[in-house]
Ligand binder design. Structure first.
Ligand code: FE2
Ligand code: FE2
Length: 259
Protein backbone atom coordinates (compact mmCIF):
# COMPACT_ATOMS: atom_id res chain seq x y z
CA UNK A 1 0.00 0.00 0.00
CA UNK A 2 1.25 3.47 -0.88
CA UNK A 3 0.79 6.20 1.71
CA UNK A 4 1.31 9.87 0.86
CA UNK A 5 2.10 12.23 3.74
CA UNK A 6 2.21 15.98 3.13
CA UNK A 7 3.67 18.73 5.33
CA UNK A 8 1.84 21.72 6.80
CA UNK A 9 -0.62 23.24 4.30
CA UNK A 10 -0.14 27.00 4.64
CA UNK A 11 -2.91 29.51 3.87
CA UNK A 12 -4.85 30.04 0.64
CA UNK A 13 -1.86 29.45 -1.65
CA UNK A 14 -1.11 26.08 -0.05
CA UNK A 15 -4.77 25.03 -0.05
CA UNK A 16 -5.46 26.03 -3.63
CA UNK A 17 -2.27 24.44 -4.95
CA UNK A 18 -3.07 21.26 -3.04
CA UNK A 19 -6.54 21.20 -4.55
CA UNK A 20 -4.99 21.52 -8.00
CA UNK A 21 -2.27 18.86 -7.69
CA UNK A 22 -3.29 16.30 -5.06
CA UNK A 23 -5.82 14.39 -7.22
CA UNK A 24 -3.14 14.16 -9.96
CA UNK A 25 -0.42 13.01 -7.53
CA UNK A 26 -2.75 10.40 -6.04
CA UNK A 27 -3.53 9.03 -9.47
CA UNK A 28 -0.03 9.15 -10.96
CA UNK A 29 1.68 7.55 -7.96
CA UNK A 30 -1.14 5.10 -7.20
CA UNK A 31 -1.68 6.45 -3.69
CA UNK A 32 -4.03 4.43 -1.45
CA UNK A 33 -4.07 6.68 1.60
CA UNK A 34 -3.15 10.32 2.23
CA UNK A 35 -2.42 12.37 5.35
CA UNK A 36 -2.00 16.17 5.33
CA UNK A 37 -0.99 18.38 8.22
CA UNK A 38 -3.52 21.23 8.31
CA UNK A 39 -2.56 23.34 11.34
CA UNK A 40 -1.74 26.44 9.24
CA UNK A 41 -4.40 26.10 6.57
CA UNK A 42 -6.57 29.06 7.65
CA UNK A 43 -5.58 32.51 6.41
CA UNK A 44 -3.78 34.20 9.29
CA UNK A 45 -3.01 30.84 10.97
CA UNK A 46 -4.79 27.92 12.63
CA UNK A 47 -7.40 25.76 10.97
CA UNK A 48 -11.14 26.32 10.46
CA UNK A 49 -14.04 24.26 9.07
CA UNK A 50 -13.78 25.65 5.53
CA UNK A 51 -10.04 24.95 5.23
CA UNK A 52 -10.31 21.46 6.76
CA UNK A 53 -13.16 20.66 4.34
CA UNK A 54 -11.08 21.95 1.43
CA UNK A 55 -8.14 19.69 2.40
CA UNK A 56 -10.43 16.66 2.71
CA UNK A 57 -12.09 17.49 -0.62
CA UNK A 58 -8.67 17.75 -2.27
CA UNK A 59 -8.02 14.10 -1.42
CA UNK A 60 -6.72 13.85 2.15
CA UNK A 61 -8.09 10.94 4.20
CA UNK A 62 -6.80 12.24 7.53
CA UNK A 63 -5.76 15.73 8.67
CA UNK A 64 -3.18 16.04 11.43
CA UNK A 65 -2.43 19.09 13.54
CA UNK A 66 0.02 20.76 15.88
CA UNK A 67 0.60 23.79 18.07
CA UNK A 68 -1.74 25.97 15.93
CA UNK A 69 -4.69 23.57 15.85
CA UNK A 70 -6.41 25.16 18.87
CA UNK A 71 -5.95 28.75 17.67
CA UNK A 72 -9.53 29.16 16.40
CA UNK A 73 -12.14 28.44 19.06
CA UNK A 74 -14.82 28.06 16.38
CA UNK A 75 -12.99 24.93 15.19
CA UNK A 76 -13.31 22.99 18.45
CA UNK A 77 -16.72 21.60 17.54
CA UNK A 78 -15.38 20.28 14.23
CA UNK A 79 -12.50 18.59 16.09
CA UNK A 80 -15.02 16.86 18.33
CA UNK A 81 -17.21 15.76 15.43
CA UNK A 82 -14.78 14.72 12.68
CA UNK A 83 -12.75 11.77 13.93
CA UNK A 84 -10.37 11.98 10.97
CA UNK A 85 -9.25 15.49 11.85
CA UNK A 86 -6.67 15.16 14.63
CA UNK A 87 -4.85 17.25 17.20
CA UNK A 88 -1.74 16.05 19.06
CA UNK A 89 -2.58 13.14 21.39
CA UNK A 90 -0.35 14.35 24.22
CA UNK A 91 -2.60 17.32 25.04
CA UNK A 92 -4.82 16.54 28.03
CA UNK A 93 -8.06 14.59 27.84
CA UNK A 94 -10.00 17.83 28.38
CA UNK A 95 -8.68 19.36 25.14
CA UNK A 96 -11.14 19.21 22.23
CA UNK A 97 -10.81 16.42 19.68
CA UNK A 98 -8.70 13.28 19.50
CA UNK A 99 -5.03 12.54 18.87
CA UNK A 100 -5.50 9.22 17.14
CA UNK A 101 -7.93 7.73 14.64
CA UNK A 102 -8.51 4.36 13.04
CA UNK A 103 -9.29 4.27 9.35
CA UNK A 104 -10.85 1.03 8.18
CA UNK A 105 -9.87 0.33 4.56
CA UNK A 106 -11.79 -2.97 4.60
CA UNK A 107 -8.81 -5.22 3.90
CA UNK A 108 -6.67 -3.45 6.50
CA UNK A 109 -7.08 -1.08 9.44
CA UNK A 110 -4.80 1.97 9.66
CA UNK A 111 -4.10 3.87 12.88
CA UNK A 112 -2.93 7.46 12.54
CA UNK A 113 -1.30 8.98 15.62
CA UNK A 114 -0.56 12.71 16.01
CA UNK A 115 1.97 13.80 18.64
CA UNK A 116 3.71 17.03 19.55
CA UNK A 117 7.25 17.63 20.79
CA UNK A 118 8.03 19.14 24.18
CA UNK A 119 11.47 20.59 23.36
CA UNK A 120 11.12 24.39 22.73
CA UNK A 121 7.40 23.81 23.06
CA UNK A 122 4.57 23.50 25.55
CA UNK A 123 4.82 21.40 28.70
CA UNK A 124 2.36 18.72 27.62
CA UNK A 125 2.62 14.97 28.28
CA UNK A 126 5.89 13.26 27.39
CA UNK A 127 5.39 12.05 23.79
CA UNK A 128 7.28 8.78 24.46
CA UNK A 129 4.65 7.76 27.02
CA UNK A 130 1.75 8.88 24.81
CA UNK A 131 3.19 6.97 21.84
CA UNK A 132 3.39 3.74 23.87
CA UNK A 133 -0.23 4.11 24.92
CA UNK A 134 -1.45 4.91 21.39
CA UNK A 135 0.43 1.94 19.87
CA UNK A 136 -1.13 -0.33 22.48
CA UNK A 137 -4.60 1.00 21.58
CA UNK A 138 -3.91 0.50 17.87
CA UNK A 139 -2.80 -3.11 18.46
CA UNK A 140 -5.90 -3.79 20.57
CA UNK A 141 -7.97 -2.61 17.59
CA UNK A 142 -6.04 -4.94 15.22
CA UNK A 143 -4.49 -2.14 13.18
CA UNK A 144 -1.86 -3.65 10.86
CA UNK A 145 -0.55 -0.24 9.85
CA UNK A 146 0.38 2.53 12.27
CA UNK A 147 1.42 5.99 11.02
CA UNK A 148 2.78 8.80 13.21
CA UNK A 149 2.94 12.57 12.58
CA UNK A 150 5.34 14.01 15.18
CA UNK A 151 4.90 17.78 15.16
CA UNK A 152 8.07 19.11 16.75
CA UNK A 153 10.83 21.67 16.57
CA UNK A 154 14.04 19.89 17.59
CA UNK A 155 15.58 17.42 15.14
CA UNK A 156 17.14 15.38 17.97
CA UNK A 157 13.78 14.90 19.67
CA UNK A 158 12.25 13.80 16.37
CA UNK A 159 15.03 11.31 15.64
CA UNK A 160 14.96 9.90 19.16
CA UNK A 161 11.20 9.29 19.11
CA UNK A 162 11.50 7.92 15.57
CA UNK A 163 14.07 5.33 16.69
CA UNK A 164 11.94 4.60 19.75
CA UNK A 165 9.04 3.81 17.40
CA UNK A 166 11.19 1.74 15.00
CA UNK A 167 9.75 -1.71 14.36
CA UNK A 168 6.46 -0.79 16.02
CA UNK A 169 5.02 1.62 13.43
CA UNK A 170 4.97 1.59 9.61
CA UNK A 171 5.95 5.22 9.07
CA UNK A 172 7.07 8.05 11.34
CA UNK A 173 7.32 11.56 9.91
CA UNK A 174 7.95 14.98 11.36
CA UNK A 175 6.14 18.25 10.67
CA UNK A 176 6.18 21.84 12.05
CA UNK A 177 9.48 23.32 10.78
CA UNK A 178 8.04 23.74 7.24
CA UNK A 179 11.51 22.83 5.93
CA UNK A 180 12.00 19.44 4.29
CA UNK A 181 14.90 17.40 5.63
CA UNK A 182 17.22 15.22 3.55
CA UNK A 183 16.96 12.03 5.62
CA UNK A 184 14.08 9.99 4.22
CA UNK A 185 14.99 6.37 5.00
CA UNK A 186 13.84 3.01 6.34
CA UNK A 187 15.14 2.24 9.83
CA UNK A 188 16.51 -1.24 10.63
CA UNK A 189 13.27 -2.34 12.31
CA UNK A 190 11.24 -1.50 9.18
CA UNK A 191 9.86 1.95 10.02
CA UNK A 192 9.86 4.55 7.24
CA UNK A 193 11.24 7.81 8.62
CA UNK A 194 11.80 11.48 7.78
CA UNK A 195 12.62 14.23 10.30
CA UNK A 196 10.40 16.79 8.53
CA UNK A 197 8.13 16.53 5.50
CA UNK A 198 8.37 20.27 4.77
CA UNK A 199 5.27 22.27 3.79
CA UNK A 200 2.68 22.97 1.15
CA UNK A 201 3.19 26.71 0.97
CA UNK A 202 5.06 29.60 -0.65
CA UNK A 203 8.56 28.66 -1.85
CA UNK A 204 10.07 32.10 -1.29
CA UNK A 205 9.01 32.59 2.31
CA UNK A 206 9.91 32.01 5.95
CA UNK A 207 7.44 29.28 6.99
CA UNK A 208 4.97 30.67 4.44
CA UNK A 209 5.34 34.30 5.62
CA UNK A 210 6.74 37.13 3.48
CA UNK A 211 10.51 37.10 4.21
CA UNK A 212 10.83 40.84 4.93
CA UNK A 213 8.23 40.58 7.71
CA UNK A 214 10.08 37.65 9.31
CA UNK A 215 13.32 39.65 9.08
CA UNK A 216 11.68 42.68 10.69
CA UNK A 217 10.30 40.56 13.53
CA UNK A 218 13.63 38.89 14.24
CA UNK A 219 15.78 41.99 13.81
CA UNK A 220 13.72 44.43 15.89
CA UNK A 221 11.65 42.10 18.13
CA UNK A 222 8.64 44.34 17.66
CA UNK A 223 5.13 43.10 16.89
CA UNK A 224 4.64 42.49 13.17
CA UNK A 225 1.46 41.69 11.31
CA UNK A 226 2.40 38.62 9.28
CA UNK A 227 1.26 38.29 5.70
CA UNK A 228 1.45 35.12 3.67
CA UNK A 229 3.86 35.10 0.76
CA UNK A 230 2.64 34.40 -2.76
CA UNK A 231 4.15 33.12 -6.00
CA UNK A 232 5.55 29.63 -6.52
CA UNK A 233 4.23 26.98 -4.14
CA UNK A 234 6.02 23.96 -2.70
CA UNK A 235 4.26 20.65 -2.30
CA UNK A 236 6.47 18.80 0.17
CA UNK A 237 6.05 15.33 1.60
CA UNK A 238 6.92 11.68 1.28
CA UNK A 239 5.45 8.45 -0.01
CA UNK A 240 5.84 5.34 2.17
CA UNK A 241 5.25 1.97 0.61
CA UNK A 242 4.05 -0.43 3.29
CA UNK A 243 3.55 -4.20 3.27
CA UNK A 244 -0.02 -4.80 4.45
CA UNK A 245 0.82 -8.22 5.92
CA UNK A 246 3.84 -7.24 8.02
CA UNK A 247 3.16 -3.52 8.48
CA UNK A 248 6.80 -2.83 7.52
CA UNK A 249 7.90 -0.05 5.21
CA UNK A 250 9.42 -1.45 1.99
CA UNK A 251 10.04 1.71 -0.03
CA UNK A 252 10.11 5.50 0.17
CA UNK A 253 9.92 8.39 -2.26
CA UNK A 254 10.46 12.06 -1.52
CA UNK A 255 7.86 14.53 -2.78
CA UNK A 256 9.26 17.99 -3.51
CA UNK A 257 7.30 19.70 -6.26
CA UNK A 258 7.30 23.39 -7.16
CA UNK A 259 4.05 24.56 -8.72
FE1 FE2 B 1 3.06 24.63 10.79
FE1 FE2 C 1 3.48 23.96 14.07
Amino acid sequence: MKILCLGDVVSKLGRETLQKVLPKIRQEKGIDFCICNGENSADGNGIIKQTADQIFNSGADVITGGNHTFRRKEFYEYLEQNKFCLRPANYGEAAPGKGMCIYDMGRVKIAVINLMGVVFSEAIENPFDTLDRCIENAKDENCKLILVDFHAEATAEKKALGYYADGRVSAFFGTHTHTQTNDLQIFEGGTGYITDLGMCGAKHSVLGIKPYLAIEKQKYHLPVRFENAEGECLINGAVFEVDEQTGKCTGTELVNITV
